[in-house]
Design a protein around this ligand. Structure first.
Ligand code: SAH
Ligand code: SF4
Length: 354
């Protein structure tokens, strides 16, 4: 066990990121599962994901709903539709809903505040927001309206790579994302962040730094998903036409994603870590299962009404697009029970050990 970070350090993380020997990796998987059990227990908490709008003013080079994708039909759910969907989440036994969208200027901050208040009073669920970069005023308004958590991935801590992926006047800024995360912590949000694994030109060193940053930021939730190339995006085109140079960087495979989850569990033992939808998209049920067995403790079932779900086209092949909400739910409960774990009841807040 000497290679394990009592508290993980950069060199140890890098060593494991580069390790491909299955026999040796068993040690990592076992340790990650043990730490998961000790710190967050056997419950797998479900967070109902509602994709409330696919309008976005940003142009992230990897994302299918970027503003330049003119061929996509855009939608914005009404207040009533969002609240009805949250009530359905309540019926299914979820303790939380996540309201996610592009950065949509068409949704007034006051409308979002109203929706948060209504979900809290009618469904009594924890409300998580994932609405991208927002002003301090909006973040304060929504906190006062009752929002509990906010998810904002920093995507990669490699400044050069980040700049390559986010160009143009309104582009995401790494420093802006980090300072929003810190400000939200000050406001009292539970805060989640995360990264994408296997972006073209991403290095192992940068992922080791990402994991160190997760720890330094003391994140409550950490989302780690593989890069899923979208053919209608600039990055998707680079991915398919420069296979050779891309293949030298970190692979966007289920194995690599799960390894980063396991290392993150060791570095941040108390954090809530989902087995992401992006992982299930490229690796199916087996990958999701392995991820839960190697550090993860959360699943975020997609409960967006079917008529909108197909248009939330961040990346192709999202596993849940064709299934109705009840089917997805039953599949997920079955998966959790098949590995001897327990569907979590209640909000599933981060629990601090001391
Ligand atoms: N607009 C908000 C929330 C929606 S996007 C925001 O950007 O924060 C949610 C996440 O989808 C992003 O953080 C990004 O990590 C992920 N994403 C976008 N395109 C992707 C792709 N092609 N492959 C994998 N993840 C992607
Ligand atoms: Fe918009 Fe988020 Fe996609 Fe960037 S990742 S284009 S901000 S939805």
């Amino acid at each position: 066990m000497s290679r394990f970070l009592s508290i993980m350090v950069y060199e140890e993380i890098l060593y494991w990121l580069r390790e491909n020997n299955e026999e040796k990796l068993k040690e990592l998987w076992e340790k990650a599962d043990l730490v998961r059990r000790q710190f967050v227990g056997d419950e797998v908490y479900l967070r109902g994901l509602i994709e409330i709008s696919n309008y976005c003013s940003k142009n992230c080079s990897y994302c299918g709903i970027r503003v330049s994708n003119k061929s996509l039909k855009r939608y914005r759910m009404s207040k009533d539709e969002i609240i009805d969907t949250a009530l359905l989440a309540k019926e299914l036994g979820y303790g939380t809903v996540v309201l996610q969208s592009g950065e949509d200027p068409g949704f007034l901050p006051e409308e979002i505040a109203y929706i948060i208040g209504d979900i809290k009073s009618k469904a009594g669920l924890a409300v998580t927001l994932s609405l991208g970069e927002q002003s301090r005023e909006n973040l304060k308004l929504w906190k006062r309206a009752g929002a509990d958590r906010y998810l904002l991935k920093f995507e990669t801590s490699d400044e050069r790579l980040f700049k390559k992926l986010h160009r143009g006047p309104s582009a995401k800024k790494l420093a802006g994302r980090i300072s929003q995360i810190l400000y939200m912590k000050e406001l009292g949000y539970e805060v989640g962040s995360g990264i994408i694994i296997g972006l073209p030109y991403q290095t192992y060193e940068s992922i080791a730094k990402d994991i160190v940053l997760f720890k330094e930021m003391d994140l409550d939730m950490i989302g780690i998903g593989p890069y899923v190339p979208h053919p209608l995006t600039p990055l998707g085109k680079i991915y398919s036409s420069h296979k050779e140079s891309v293949s030298k960087s970190v692979p966007n495979t289920p194995e690599m994603t799960i390894k980063v989850v396991a290392l993150t569990r060791l570095a941040c033992p108390e954090s809530n870590i989902p087995a992401t939808t992006a992982l299930a998209t490229i690796g199916g049920v087996e990958a999701r299962k392995l991820c839960l067995l190697r550090g993860a403790n959360i699943i975020m079932p997609n409960i967006t009404p079917l008529k909108y779900r197909v248009y939330y086209d961040i990346y192709p092949g999202k596993t849940c697009s064709i299934k109705n909400i009840q089917d997805t739910h039953e599949d997920i409960i079955q998966l959790i029970e098949s590995i001897g774990r327990i569907p979590g009841v209640g909000r599933g807040d981060r629990v601090r050990q001391n």
